[in-house]
Design a protein around this ligand. Structure first.
Ligand code: SAM
Length: 365
């Protein structure tokens, strides 16, 4: 009789005791890590769990607490904005503001029921969830982020992963019909590699959309005053961002990088966002209301860690810069806005004849 899985001839009614260490035929025994024997305290197992994956799992909720706010711990320091409840509320308001910007649409890309969608740096995941609600249940929408700040209850076609978009991606090439990212201007240090990754992982004929804003402010009537509190904020925060290797006027470089990566049909749309309800136009007025709400906590969210960690400011000095800019939000005579950019591009189809790169289409910026 052939030996069965229990390595004896008597079937499952073997008298094999629980201490019997006879092996399943053909499968090698698993060697025990000798470090387990060396570690004599009760944390021995934790010590061995401390590989890449497990340390990520255990540390992603171990946030950094600083100046009254929390920041992500996974890849600590890669991103300089908070991840606490105040910031989550702000991100959800930003999302609503963009719905007003785009007349209720989630994107300017001409997508038609994409089967696979990726939202990079998804934040609270509100955009990914909203898109999942609109798409058929057979679609798959993935949101990635450094922080686990997404809800657990999500549509069945939506999922979230903790992932660093600046590390190699594990997704297959030519995989996503649409890749979207919004407000990564204080996140990405290497945009060129990021856009090359977008190209690599977008399916031929698929689209990408990158939504960013400048770290700068303007007015059309001279009420954005050089030396005034918002100007001071922009100069100081902008200088720290540049020092940290971040792009503060991303659009021109991003368009060029999209072209160089191989994307075609690059569309660049620029919109002004009024900082308050000062515009006459009703839609702009509504946008301004939301923008003001975003900025109430956003000025600190953008500026605090950049100024203290990168610029060497004390938290009091940084808070004074933020508070100065904040006070302008209550000044009815200040008609300040900033620019928001929407870049949509298509990966050519297989065999498509691509014209040589010429002057970029869309507005100058
Ligand atoms: C300003 S928030 C924008 C969130 C979201 N895209 C939105 O529009 O509501 C930027 C997000 O990018 C995430 N992030 C920053 N650097 C990242 C990286 N290297 N990889 C993945 N996510 C990143 C942050 O954790 C944060 O949630």
């Amino acid at each position: 009789m052939a030996a069965n899985y229990y390595g004896n001839n008597s079937g499952m009614n073997s008298s094999r005791s629980s201490t019997d260490n006879s092996a399943v035929v053909g499968i090698d025994p698993i060697a025990v890590d000798p470090r387990l024997a060396d570690a004599d305290d009760e944390r021995a197992l934790d010590y061995l769990m401390d590989g890449d994956t497990f340390s990520v799992t255990s540390s992603i909720y171990d946030y950094r607490y600083e100046n009254g706010r929390t920041y992500h711990r996974y890849r600590d320091g890669a991103y300089l904005m908070p991840n606490d409840e105040i910031e989550k509320d702000r991100l959800d308001i930003v999302h609503h503001m963009y719905l007003v910007f785009l007349g209720g649409r989630l994107t300017l890309a001409p997508i038609d029921n994409p089967a696979r969608v990726l939202d990079v740096g998804t934040g609270t995941g509100i955009w990914a969830i909203a898109l999942a609600d609109q798409l058929p249940k057979t679609s798959q929408i993935i949101g990635t982020d450094l922080s686990p700040i997404q809800p657990e209850w999500v549509p069945p076609n939506c999922q979230f992963e903790i992932d660093d978009a600046e590390s190699e991606w594990t997704f297959p090439p030519n995989h996503f019909d649409f890749i979207h990212s919004r407000h990564l201007n204080l996140s990405m240090r290497d945009w060129k590699s990021y856009i090359e990754r977008l190209y690599h992982h977008t399916t031929p004929g698929g689209y990408i959309e990158i939504v960013e804003h400048n770290i700068s402010a303007h007015s059309d009537d001279g009420t954005y005053i050089p030396g005034g509190p918002v100007h001071v904020y922009m100069e100081k925060v902008g200088a720290c961002a540049v020092q940290s290797g971040l792009l503060i006027h991303p659009a021109p470089a991003l368009k060029r990088m999209c072209r160089e990566a191989g994307f075609v049909d690059i569309q660049h749309t620029v919109k002004k966002l009024p900082w308050g309800p000062w515009a006459e136009d009703e839609t702009l007025k509504e946008l301004g209301r939301w923008a003001r709400l975003v900025l109430m906590t956003g000025l600190e969210a953008y500026g605090m860690a950049l100024m203290t960690r990168v610029g060497g400011y004390t938290s009091e000095q940084a808070a004074a810069v933020c508070d100065g800019a904040l006070s302008t939000l209550s000044d009815r005579s200040a008609h300040i806005y900033n620019y928001h950019h929407f870049i949509v591009a298509r990966k050519p189809n297989v065999g498509e004849v691509v014209p040589p790169p010429g002057r970029p289409s869309g507005p100058r910026s």
